[in-house]
Design a protein around this ligand. Structure first.
Ligand code: GUN
Ligand code: ZN
Length: 438
């Protein structure tokens, strides 16, 4: 049924551009649509009534009528090793790292533990409709092998890297500038470009790397064209004061990374809450992306990200769950919380902008929009099939919606993994909800 050429039929929505900039022209919506897949890539996408007569009657078609098909979600910031500390009580960033994060990351010295968590993590992403993520592993190189191994089995497009951390952390999680460099280099050679997997140089954040390690992280990023760099910036006030003490010569927290060659296309920074416009302009000029992590920023009491200002200054923005500081793997819940964060800042997040952010916008922020993010011919056919009637409340509320925008908005405010009926990777089903999920 999922041979070289097949199709799925249902309501289809995808984005051709940013709806905030291009309005209705950015949105492609087919109430009865057909997505034709050849060898795991999109062959065609359009109204079923137009496409079906042109195709062989023998073409296998999976019938998802009554459900909504969207491109697979893109989570631009997440920590797989923090799966087991999601929802840990009572602390802000720095104390939360000491109390919960470092002890749980210590367990990834054991490759069997790493493999078990990696399997659960990838399954949980798929269960939530997320087919691509930019993920932190831990300081242990084998933790990266475990994650890439699990993602490869599921054929997911995943970007990940070994944490670089050579100071201000427990001994059991510390590398050195040299070992961190050598181990990262070996992992890049082993994994970057292996099938759909890509590597990210991963300095945890400026406080846990010496200037020597920061310099080598920038060097790794420069020496391997196509490789990513991920880190955290301007998340928490206490963190920012600490960075100012550790790097007194830098103009700002972001400027620390800039000074070590860590900005550019394919560099992605989580949080970006306490930046000024000079920082934002520098990110825009260098093509550096921001990952907006609303559930995490609220959970740790970090602050309110300003997407409006990022957009005005032309910075690329994606959305991230940031599990385990984030409180949900669900991109729907994450979009719902993003809406509330914008409300607190007197801004609006339309449902179209929200779903663009979770698909094509996220892909663009990761420089992957040539490969994923929508259903243009040639793209990799990763998609999620959503049941907008998954719960009695959703069904009841949907019944009074008149427009697509209203339905999408209700979906992002009330939806979660119960709405995911199936997730397909390269055309083939990678997750299907059981009857128990209904
Ligand atoms: N800053 C440095 N490390 C972390 C982390 O693991 N989570 C979050 N939210 N912020 C960080
Ligand atoms: Zn994070």
């Amino acid at each position: 049924q999922f041979g070289p050429l097949h199709a799925v039929r249902g309501e289809i929505l995808h984005f051709l551009a940013d709806p905030a900039a291009h309005g209705a022209r950015a949105v492609a919506h087919f109430p009865d649509g057909l997505l034709v897949i050849r060898d795991g890539r999109v062959a065609e996408c359009g109204p079923a009534a137009e496409l079906l007569p042109k195709l062989s009657a023998a073409l296998p078609v999976t019938d998802y009528r009554g459900k909504l098909i969207l491109p697979g979600f893109v989570d631009t910031h997440i920590h797989y090793a923090q799966t087991d500390i999601i929802a840990s009580y009572g602390e802000q960033l720095l104390a939360w790292l000491e109390k919960y994060t470092f002890p749980t990351e210590r367990r990834f010295a054991d490759p069997e533990h790493a493999a078990a968590v990696a399997e659960f993590f990838c399954d949980e992403l798929l269960k939530n409709g997320t087919t691509t993520a930019l993920a932190f592993a831990t300081v242990h190189p084998a933790s990266v092998d475990a994650l890439f191994g699990a993602a490869r089995e599921r054929r997911m497009r995943l970007i990940a890297g070994k944490v670089l951390m050579d100071r201000n952390c427990p001994d059991f999680l510390r590398d050195t500038a040299e070992t961190g460099y050598m181990e990262s280099k070996a992992l890049i050679e082993r994994w970057h470009g292996c099938e759909r997997l890509l590597y990210a140089v991963t300095p945890r954040f400026a406080p846990t790397s010496t200037p020597a390690q920061m310099q080598l992280a920038g060097q790794l990023f420069a020496e391997h064209p196509g490789v990513y760099l991920q880190s955290h910036v301007a998340e928490n006030r206490g963190e920012i004061e600490w960075v100012a003490q550790l790097y007194p010569k830098a103009r700002s927290y972001l400027d620390v990374y800039d000074g070590f060659g860590q900005l550019g296309a394919r560099a992605v920074y989580a949080h970006c809450i306490w930046l000024d416009d000079e920082d934002r302009r520098r990110m825009a000029d260098t093509g550096t992306a921001m990952s907006f992590c609303p559930t995490s920023n609220l959970f740790l009491g970090s602050g309110l990200f300003d997407p409006g200002r990022a957009r005005e200054l032309g910075v690329r923005v994606g959305i991230g769950t940031d599990v385990g500081a984030g409180t949900s793997f669900s991109m729907l819940q994450t979009l719902g919380e993003a809406y509330k964060v914008l409300q607190l800042g007197g801004q609006k997040l339309s449902a179209e902008s929200a779903f663009h952010l979770a698909t094509l916008g996220g892909a663009h922020s990761l420089d992957l929009d040539g490969l994923i993010g929508n259903f243009l011919p040639g793209k990799e056919a990763d998609f999620v099939v959503l049941d907008l009637q998954a719960t009695p409340l959703l069904a009841r509320r949907m019944a009074s919606c008149e427009t697509l925008s209203e339905r999408l908005f209700v979906l992002m405010m009330l939806g979660d993994d119960r709405c995911v009926a199936a997730t397909h990777v390269l055309g083939a089903p990678a997750y299907r909800a059981g009857p128990a999920a209904r």
